[in-house]
Design a protein around this ligand. Structure first.
Ligand SMILES: Cc1ncc(COP(=O)(O)O)c(C=O)c1O
Length: 387
């Protein structure tokens, strides 16, 4: 079959591939600890589940407008506004089936041949994949371990050209757990305004912070009209399988994004939109409880990794990933990740799956029990001792 040329430029997300390989080992009776998948292991709060079943029973089972129901967009605007100190117009919010489609739609709407898009490296791999799929050129900016996995802003400035149309950032970050400081955000806003660039700010981990503050670029003066703010329900409310996310867009983009929704999925499921209204309006106590538990796990895994000879691990301020440096082990990240799975029964992701600059690192998700983390650390220690 002769596929369209653009299909050769589309990448993927290796977490699902590693999960499949880990499951195949489990099917053979081998015990595997899963540190590859980036989803909270907590149950979705009961009030949200109850709201979804009540909505089904009330007949919220038909199409809605492609943009999303007004009640949900109003609640999202309220929550974004109260946490970011600026006013968000609900008419500039588009609700989607997960936050991921916001990447897809925004990039398809803005980028094409001849355009350049700057992105953090390492970064959630769908960004680079989609930039390339659109025909644009992906321009990576390394995240520096010595800067706590922040970008060097001068380096970013040096990569801006007259063709730069978008800059993609994610903070707190997947895979490094790094968080952009206020000075980084301020400098980035200046660069975007000076050079007429749209910033796609992925803030899906905004609630999962352990120390310090997460600064949203949308709050910077002059940025609300050139920011695409991507967020969702998957991480904050442990709702990965519900597939609900949203974007806040510059006014001129809204109708085009809505058309992309109409052309693809028509709308997000109505009973799930209703459940998300409850997620935002109802009790919020599940979030700090989850974050407190993640913080204990972060410390457990960082301390444990730092005790293993040849591995060093930065203590991240947010998200639920660690990105240990394994360069001293003398094996590529791909090889070591494979070796850990096959010889030790620990499923991890190679840092290079998140960009060339992720070579020499692994990504471990600590969205699993403390007991599993302790087990994984023992297994990693045994594998490393035998190298
Ligand atoms: C940085 C980042 N953005 C977006 C997403 C996608 O989230 P959703 O499940 O809402 O599509 C993920 C999921 O892992 C992520 O890590």
């Amino acid at each position: 079959m002769k596929l369209a040329t653009r299909m050769s430029r589309l990448g993927t997300e290796s977490a699902f591939e590693v999960l499949a390989r880990a499951r195949a080992l489990e099917a053979k009776g081998i015990d595997v600890v899963h540190l590859e998948i980036g989803e909270p292991d907590f149950d979705t709060p009961q009030n949200i589940c109850d709201a979804a079943t009540a909505a089904i029973n009330k007949g919220y089972t038909h199409y809605t407008t492609s943009q999303g129901i007004p009640e949900l967009r109003a609640e999202i605007a309220k929550q974004l506004g109260s946490s970011r100190g600026v006013s968000f117009d609900p008419d500039r919010i588009v609700v989607t089936t997960g936050a991921k489609p916001i990447m897809f739609y925004s990039i398809l709407a803005l980028l094409g041949e001849g355009d350049e898009a700057i992105h953090q490296d390492p970064l959630f791999p769908i960004y680079e994949s989609m930039i390339k799929f659109s025909g644009a050129t992906a321009v990576p900016i390394p995240l520096r371990e010595e800067l706590g996995f922040r970008m060097d802003i001068d380096e970013l400035r040096s990569k801006v050209t007259s063709r730069t149309k978008m800059i993609m950032i994610n903070s707190p970050q997947n895979p490094s757990g790094g968080v952009m400081e206020e000075e980084d955000i301020r400098a980035l806003a200046e660069i975007a305004i000076e050079n007429d660039i749209i910033v796609l700010s992925d803030e899906v981990y905004d609630h999962i912070m352990y120390e310090g503050k997460n600064y949203s670029i949308a709050s910077q003066p002059g940025m609300l009209d050139r920011t695409i703010l991507l967020n969702g329900f998957s991480k904050t409310y442990a709702m990965t399988g519900w597939r609900m996310g949203y974007g806040f867009f510059p006014s001129e983009m809204v109708a085009h994004i809505v058309r992309l929704v109409t052309n693809s999925v028509s709308c997000a499921p109505p009973f799930i939109q209703q459940a998300c209204v409850e997620a935002l309006r109802g009790p919020q106590d599940s979030i700090p409880k989850m974050v407190a538990e993640f913080k204990k796990r972060r410390d457990l895994i960082v301390d444990g990794l730092n005790e293993i000879p040849g591995i060093s691990c930065h203590r991240p301020k947010g998200a639920f990933y660690v990105f240990p440096n394994i360069k001293k082990l003398g094996m590529s990240a791909d090889k070591f990740s494979d070796h850990l799975l096959n010889e030790g029964g620990v499923a991890t992701l190679s840092g290079s799956a998140f960009g060339a600059n992720g070579e020499g690192y692994l990504r471990l998700s600590y969205a699993t029990s403390q007991e599993n983390i302790k087990k994984a650390l023992e297994k990693i220690k045994t594998v490393v001792a035998k190298l």
